[in-house]
Design a protein around this ligand. Structure first.
Ligand SMILES: [Zn+2]
Length: 151
C-alpha cells in the first residue's frame, strides 16, 4: 500500500485516539506506528539489488510484533496509548494484507520465514506481487532522480 494511504488511515486512528484520550501524543504515535513499518521495504529492495530476485522479507511487518510493540508502548506511555499504537500498527498490516493479496499467514514474520520469504509461496498472486515491487522500485528511482536535481 502506498504511504499516503497508510498516513490517512493512521491519522484517522490517531484522531479517534486523541478524542478518546485527549493526549497530544496520540496522533504522532498512531502515524509513527502506522507508517514507519514500511521503512523495512529497504531490506527487500537491497535484497533485490544484491540478488536480482524478489523476496518478502519485510522485517517490520509481522502480527507477532504487535505483542512487543504493545509491551514497549505500555511501558513508555501507559495502556491507552499502547492500545492506540498497536491498533494503528495492526491497521497497517491488515490494509497491506488485503491490498497485497497474500495467503492468510503472509503477514506473520515467522510464516514468511517458514516459506523462505519466497513471493510465490506467500502471495496468492505472485505475478502481481512482483509487478508491484518493480513499480515500487521505479517510483523510488524517480524520487531519487528528483532529489539529485536539487543536490
Ligand atoms: Zn506495509
Amino acid at each position: 500500500m502506498l504511504p499516503h494511504r497508510h498516513l490517512l488511515i493512521s491519522a484517522a486512528v490517531g484522531m479517534v485516539g486523541w478524542v478518546a484520550t485527549r493526549d497530544k501524543k496520540a496522533i504522532p504515535l498512531a502515524i509513527g506506528s502506522g507508517v514507519l513499518p514500511d521503512l523495512d521495504h529497504g531490506a527487500d529492495y537491497a535484497w533485490y539489488g544484491l540478488t536480482g530476485t524478489h523476496r518478502l522479507l519485510l522485517p517490520l511487518h509481522g502480527y507477532e510484533w504487535s505483542v512487543p510493540l504493545f509491551w514497549w508502548s505500555y511501558k513508555r506511555w501507559g495502556a491507552p496509548l499502547a492500545v492506540l499504537t498497536t491498533l494503528s500498527y495492526l491497521c497497517h498490516l491488515l490494509a497491506d494484507q488485503v491490498e497485497n493479496q497474500t495467503k492468510p499467514g503472509g503477514y506473520f514474520f515467522l510464516y514468511r520465514l517458514w516459506r523462505r520469504f519466497a513471493m510465490e509461496r506467500i502471495s496468492r498472486d505472485p505475478v502481481a506481487g512482483t509487478r508491484g515491487r518493480i513499480e515500487d522500485i521505479k517510483r523510488l528511482q524517480k524520487l531519487a532522480a528528483r532529489f539529485r536535481r536539487y543536490l
